[in-house]
Write a protein that binds this ligand. Sequence first.
Ligand code: IGP
Length: 270
Amino acid sequence: MTQTILEKIKAYKLEEVAADKRTTPLSEVEALAANASPVRPFAEALFDASKENYGLIAEIKKASPSKGLIREDFHPAELAKAYAEGGATCLSVLTDTPSFQGAKQFLIDARAACDLPVLRKDFMYDTYQVAEARSMGADCILIIMASVSDTQASELEDAAMHYGMDALIETHNAEELERALALKSRMIGINNRNLNTFETTLDTTRTLSKHVPGERMMVCESGLNSPEDLADMARYGARSFLIGESLMRQEDVASATRHLLANPLRAGGM
Ligand SMILES: O=P(O)(O)OC[C@@H](O)[C@@H](O)c1c[nH]c2ccccc12
C-alpha cells in the first residue's frame, strides 16, 4: 500500500522522537521547559487583533514537500523582525527538517528577535514534543486532527495547558472538526490544504466555517495570497489567518505583510 505524505511524515517523526528521547531524556527536557522564557499569550493576542482588523499568524517556512525550496535568502531572526514590523500578530515556525527544511534553532532565533508569541509548527504525537516545544520557548503548539487519535489530541492539549501554552487544533473536514470541538482549545484551524494529497482550495473554509461555533476562534490556514483572499474568507467569518508561502516569496517581507493586512472590507466601508 502506498503511504500518503502525512503517513510518511508520521512514520519518520515517531522514529525521530524515539531517538530524541534517547539523547535527551524527558526529565532533562522538562527541566529546560520549566526554566524557559515566560509564555507569551498567543490565542489572546490573536483574538484581540481580530477584533481590530485581522489576526495574522505569519509563518517562517523555508521549503515544503509540494513546492520544494520556497525562499533562498532565509534568516529566521530577520524574517521575524520583518513580520513584526509589517504588523503580524503571532509567528509560526516550522521545526520539521526532512519535509520543510525547518529547525528547532529557527524557532529559538525568531522568538528572540521579536516580542511576538510563537507557534511551534511540527507534527506532534507525543507529549515529549510539547515539553520540547516549551523548552525552545514556544508559546503554542499545533495539533493536527488528521494525524492523531482523540486520546492523543487531548493528551497533547493537556500537556500544552500544563505549560500555560495554547494549542491550535487543525482540521480539514467535518469529521475532524467535530472531534476538534470536543477539545478545550478555543483556536480551531481550518486547513485549506489536504495534508495527505497537498491539494489546496479555499472551498474548505467556505464549507466548514459554518460549523465552527461562535465562541471558538476560527483560523483560516494555507493557500492565502492576497488581501482579496482575506476579504473573501472574512465573508465566511474568518478573522484570523495563517500564512506562509505567499509572504515568504516576497523580497520585502515587512511591506508584503503590511499590504496583505490592508483590509479592503473596512477601507471600502462595506
Ligand atoms: O504556506 P501557506 O500555503 O500559506 O500555508 C501556511 C500553513 O498553513 C501551512 O504551512 C500548514 C498548515 N498546516 C500545516 C501542518 C504542517 C505543516 C505545514 C502546515
